[in-house]
Design a protein around this ligand. Sequence first.
Ligand code: 5GP
Length: 198
Amino acid sequence: MKLLEDRIKKDGRVLSEHVLKVDSFLNHQMDPVLMQEIGKEFARLFEKDGITKIVTIESSGIAPAIMAGLYLNAPVVFARKRKSLTLTEDLLTASVYSFTKNEMTEISISQKYLSKKDRVLIIDDFLANGQAALGLLQLVQQGGADIAGIGIVIEKSFQQGAEKLQQLGIRVESLARIMSLSDGNVIFINEKVEETVK
Ligand code: 5GP
């Protein structure tokens, strides 16, 4: 997605060979117009898949997920990372190792928001080693729902997440795919392909 790639080039900050900071438009301050375009793109990619529910994880998955839900006309449920006092219903839970926080977190969704009749699209902001996506997948499976695929805003393709998910037969659609963050530069996969073709 060109708009997103241009924005990453312009405003993303490479913190290390493995971490990209996008706090000015996705992870802290959020750009609603960009989020809207992201939602439209996910909707275009999954419009024929009969999505009845979108599942994401708090907090940075919520903005792209809600926009996708708007255009796919499906409700959005986010997994919580901390137990809420008001969340007293039967819970679906999974343990997730957090890439950025370097710790295990228990994530949960109330059972009543996922059913066997659901066809789910999982959405998240980043895909690194796939722990968050695999945790969300476990919740969807515990709820007995069907999985249509995973939509990712920024995939770091040099890490293992996409491959792991694809090996499980899961469709992964990433709007920006980063091949490398070496030397403080963001290089997208399609940039490399274009260079080879020239
Ligand atoms: P994974 O579970 O795939 O290893 O990592 C994905 C999760 O870690 C995402 O939900 C995201 O919040 C966070 N994450 C992973 N890599 C990055 C990164 O380079 N930058 C930011 N801002 N978050 C990341």
